[in-house]
Design a protein around this ligand. Structure first.
Ligand code: SAM
Length: 257
């Protein structure tokens, strides 16, 4: 785009320069006419250009930086531009939109809390594809037993099937970030959570603050009334450490709190 404003580090602005990577990300969304596509942080339009070419029923753009608004409006007059913070976006308001797909090269400083919020507040969408820091991508997709498995993995995998699709090097961005990135796909699970969301959120935070401790010890400190029978009913060995539990097992324990 012409008259490019300077990239703002505070807004995590690392703009994608490589068409092939942009097209690969957009292809991973499997979107087309009839879909509603919401892009988080369109920036200078590296992905938006290809999304727009798919001719979606609606293209919604959510961008925090006012300085990018004119260019986005001029280039994509049919898109619905929302200027504001994605962390404050009313995700529930999208409920009921048929064939909703989310995509974004997420600003690294807000990617994890943003995905956490979306998982909790938007039940109904068909697919999301997000680019995040590679290490965050590994954490999102880590399975029980792995060193990188933590609260974010359990939370996201309780709501969605998470897949790490491919790695992206710093060289395809301007300015270049210091680390690699990863593109992941997210598909909501059919099954509902087995416990209230707030309980699960609390439990994973409590447990992963003490990931080296055995569950029995953690529960003794935080949930003293939790019984051995409840561990047994959830099929969980109280001697195991938090990182050994599957998302389902966390939900079963949280349901008893
Ligand atoms: N999609 C573009 C690309 O791939 O080149 C830009 C990606 S850049 C990594 C992140 C974008 O998210 C920037 O345009 C930035 O202004 C925007 N952004 C940063 N924080 C945001 C927030 N809280 N809500 C919405 N957009 C945000």
């Amino acid at each position: 785009m012409e008259n490019k404003p300077f990239a703002k580090r505070s807004l995590g602005q690392n703009f994608l320069q490589d068409e092939n990577t942009a097209r690969k990300i957009v292809a991973a969304l499997s979107a087309g006419p009839g879909d509603t596509v919401l892009e988080i942080g369109p920036g200078r339009g590296a992905l938006t250009r290809w999304l727009n070419e798919l001719n979606p029923a609606r293209l919604i753009l959510l961008e925090l930086d006012n300085d990018l608004a004119d260019q986005l409006e001029t280039r994509y007059p049919n898109a619905e531009l929302h200027l504001g913070d994605a962390l404050r976006f009313p995700w529930e308001s999208l409920e009921g939109i048929d064939r909703l797909k989310l995509v974004g090269n997420l600003p690294y400083n807000v990617a994890s809390p943003l995905m956490w919020e979306i998982a909790a507040r938007l039940e109904d969408f068909s697919r999301a594809v997000f680019m995040v820091q590679y290490e965050v991508g590994l954490r999102l997709s880590a399975t029980a037993g792995s060193r990188l498995y933590g609260a974010l993995s359990v939370w996201m995998q309780s709501y969605m099937q998470v897949r790490l699709l491919f790695k992206v090097p710093p060289t395809v961005f301007k300015p270049r970030p210091k680390v690699d990135s990863a593109v992941l796909s997210f598909i909501p699970l059919e099954e509902d959570l087995l416990c209230p969301a707030e309980k699960l959120s609390e439990l994973v935070h409590v447990c992963f603050q003490k990931r080296r401790k055995q569950l029995r010890r953690i529960f003794k400190d935080h949930y003293p009334r939790f019984s051995e029978e409840e561990f047994e009913a959830a099929g969980v060995d109280p001697q195991s450490r938090p990182e050994m539990l599957t998302p389902k097992q966390f939900q079963l324990l949280a349901a008893c709190l």
